[in-house]
Design a binder for this molecule. Structure first.
Ligand code: NDP
Ligand code: HSE
Length: 435
């Protein structure tokens, strides 16, 4: 093969960057066959030049840079691969590459959730691709699915488990009764977590990804700060056990759907029925459900984080660039993106799980039931465990479909009852149908 190689500059040699280097070393010939020319890493960038990255001599004679902006200007770099993360250095590096007319591949959902529209404009002006398959759901090619495979549909909804770390934590808490902190430490050691793991456990990372999916699915520009987000810190082992007993699993789910009230977009823990599409997406796996008007429901499942799956998605983007595929970032020209009107979360109507810690004495349930009656919240089932006269016992209530505003009003009043000892726990029950 005598053709000029496609020359990559890889900024970031951590979990994902290291995975990409290994993938290229493993599949160099296979990839060259596919794109008709070799792929070479001609420049790399990271903070610490002395760190042992376990890459042997896979980097060959690549030029080392401490500054990714300088790397972007290297004439021996055709494609910039941004795997640093964050919104400062990474943004400068991506902008530097685009301003030089170089295509970019990034795994950085934080960057795109906040600056995607501006960067999309820059890429369009430069006439180059800005690809981000790895930014959403790790190895699952869901960006490609929405941007290409499902382009014949009006997308009605897209939702799913979008954060591997929090799913890993919830799964292990359920399976082994492990503590939140110990499982988070495992997920960090496995390279799943963000540099700041609060992004994972507080739902921010899932919301970054959901924002990107919503733009792809509905052709809208989403103001990230308007997305309601709640993480998994409030999910207790007790709730996980009650969920099991009631035939549910607790998952951190991102939901985006177009409604009469606007874009219903939110991330929070939900209870999903045992038989539903997402109930058994466990561990580091992600599951994404797309509902299209002609295709009906599609379910995508695969590893949502980690070196191998993420590098797989990064390489798919590089191959697309090598093959000359150049699509608008969000599937439609940037100027046609419509600012999303985000529906308030109080517009939700759905069933809820409530857990209350109450004093075990006659009349307590009657007081709670009276408030639920007044606020027009209908009870589907109620269970009380244990018997400890005068002491705290848990009471669990599952409601029928209820307007969120009514539920919130009822919970405020219930929380103020002297016999209710802790702020009530509320987890929404989402009816996510079997595929
Ligand atoms: P890591 O922390 O493992 O790696 C980050 C790399 O960037 C390191 O090599 C680091 O250098 C380098 N770096 C950090 N700051 C600078 C800087 N100022 N200048 C130059 N280099 C810098 O992160 P990940 O590989 O986990 O994540 C990278 C990106 O991929 C993020 O955007 C993340 O959100 C995304 N992502 C991660 C996934 C995962 O499973 N980990 C999955 C999907 C997306 P050094 O090594 O010297 O410290
Ligand atoms: N921290 C992210 C997760 C990495 O756990 O899903 C993949 O985007």
């Amino acid at each position: 093969m005598t053709k000029q190689a496609l020359r990559l500059g890889v900024a970031g040699l951590g979990t994902v960057g290291g995975g990409l280097v290994r993938l290229l070393a493993t599949h160099r010939d296979r990839l060259a066959l596919r794109i008709g020319r070799p792929i070479e890493i001609t420049a790399v960038c990271a903070r610490d030049p002395n760190k042992d990255r376990g890459l042997g001599n896979a980097l060959g004679s690549a030029t080392w840079y401490a500054d990714p902006v300088a790397m972007a200007a290297d004439p021996a770099v055709d494609v910039m691969v941004e795997l640093i993360g964050g919104e400062t250095v990474a943004k400068a590096a991506v902008e530097a590459a685009l301003s030089k007319g170089k295509p970019v591949v990034t795994a950085n959902k934080a960057l795109l959730a906040h600056h995607g529209v501006a960067l999309s404009r820059m890429a369009e002006a430069a006439g180059v691709a800005l690809n981000f398959e790895a930014a959403v759901a790790g190895g699952i090619p869901v960006v490609k699915a929405l941007r290409e495979g499902l382009s014949g549909n009006r997308i009605e909804a897209v939702y799913g488990i979008l954060n591997g770390t929090s799913n890993y934590i919830l799964t292990d808490m359920a399976a082994r009764g492990a503590s939140f902190e110990s499982v988070l430490a495992e997920a960090q050691a496995l390279g799943y977590a963000e540099a700041d793991p609060s992004f994972d456990v507080d739902g921010i990372d899932a919301a970054h990804k959901l924002t990107l999916l919503a733009s792809l699915a509905f052709g809208v520009a989403v103001d990230f700060d308007s997305v309601p987000v709640e993480g998994i810190r409030g999910v207790s082992a007790q709730d996980i056990a009650f969920a099991r007993e009631l035939g549910f699993r607790i998952k951190l789910v991102g939901i985006a759907r177009m409604t009469g009230e606007g874009l219903d977009i939110r991330v929070h823990p939900v209870m999903v029925a045992e038989g539903s599409a997402l109930a058994h997406v466990d561990g580091v796996f992600n599951g994404v459900v797309v509902q299209g008007d002609f295709v009906d429901q599609m379910v995508f499942e695969g590893r949502g984080a980690g070196a191998g799956p993420t590098a797989s998605a990064v390489m798919a983007d590089i191959v697309d660039i090598a093959l000359g595929l150049k699509l608008p970032l969000f599937g439609v020209p940037t100027e046609t993106l419509v600012p999303a009107k985000v529906a308030p979360v109080t517009a939700r109507v759905g069933a809820c799980y409530l857990r209350l810690s109450v004093v075990d004495r006659p009349g307590v349930i009657a007081d709670i039931a009276a408030i639920l009656r007044d606020e027009r919240v209908s009870i589907e089932s109620l269970l009380q465990r244990g018997r400890a006269p005068g002491e705290a016992v848990p009471v669990v209530i599952v409601t029928h479909e209820v307007a969120e505003a009514a539920m919130v009003a009822a919970l405020t009043r219930i929380g103020n009852l002297p016999s209710v000892l802790e702020p009530p726990t509320m987890i929404r029950i989402e009816e996510i149908k079997r595929a």
